[in-house]
Design a protein around this ligand. Structure first.
Ligand SMILES: O=P(O)(O)OC[C@H]1O[C@H](OP(=O)(O)OP(=O)(O)O)[C@H](O)[C@@H]1O
Ligand SMILES: Nc1ncnc2[nH]cnc12
Length: 170
């Protein structure tokens, strides 16, 4: 099974000039879902993980599945003003705009080993903002994984020396 076949290109969404990678066909297909999860697990291997951090909103999908598989906690990084408790915030630029993400102050303990997950790595703005939030709380990000990476946008450069594992590259 080739997971590429379950990613749909949408031209000019959400703005002219953007080729949007739609993951919903993959999510609708049980065998593709199962293979995606298995490939993430293979990439994680024997890494010990305390928390899986997922980025709103598409990042929540596989991050929560992985947390169950890894017997780790699941933590949400959300867009501004969505989290109810005390938060830390970071601003970032997106392929199609600017935004702010937040995390609860008690979501990561000092020394926690963290897997950071999102569906797409594009410019890396979102993931690098999430990485800064985790590190400000004293977490150690041991891997950043993504369903797909838009290689020409060079997002992995913004993640420094962190291990980056993407299942699909475009
Ligand atoms: O690498 P970057 O350039 O920062 O782009 C990647 C981010 O963009 C998309 O999120 P979006 O803001 O579209 O939100 P959604 O998941 O709620 O659809 C995607 O899910 C990543 O979070
Ligand atoms: N081209 C794209 N397709 C889907 N999600 C994205 N997030 C940032 N850029 C994206």
């Amino acid at each position: 099974m080739n997971l590429n076949e379950y990613i749909r290109d949408i031209v000019d969404f959400p703005k002219p000039g953007i080729m949007y990678k739609d993951i919903t066909p993959l999510l609708q297909h049980p065998d593709a879902l199962k293979k995606t999860l298995a490939e993430f697990k293979a990439g994680i291997g024997e890494l010990q993980i305390d928390k899986v951090v997922g980025i709103e909103s598409r990042g929540f999908i596989f991050a929560s599945m992985l947390a169950v598989e890894l017997h780790a906690g699941f933590v949400m990084v959300r867009k501004a003003n969505k989290l109810p408790y005390k938060t830390l915030a970071e601003t970032y630029s997106l392929e199609y705009g600017q935004d702010q993400v937040e995390i609860h102050q008690d979501a990561i303990k000092k020394g926690d080993r963290v897997l950071l997950h999102d569906d797409v790595l594009a410019t890396g703005g979102t993931a690098s903002a999430a990485l800064r939030l985790i590190e400000r709380l004293g977490g150690e990000v041991v891997q950043c994984n993504f369903l797909l990476e838009l290689v020409n946008l060079e997002g992995r450069k913004r993640l420094g020396e962190k291990e980056v594992y993407s299942l699909l590259s475009y």
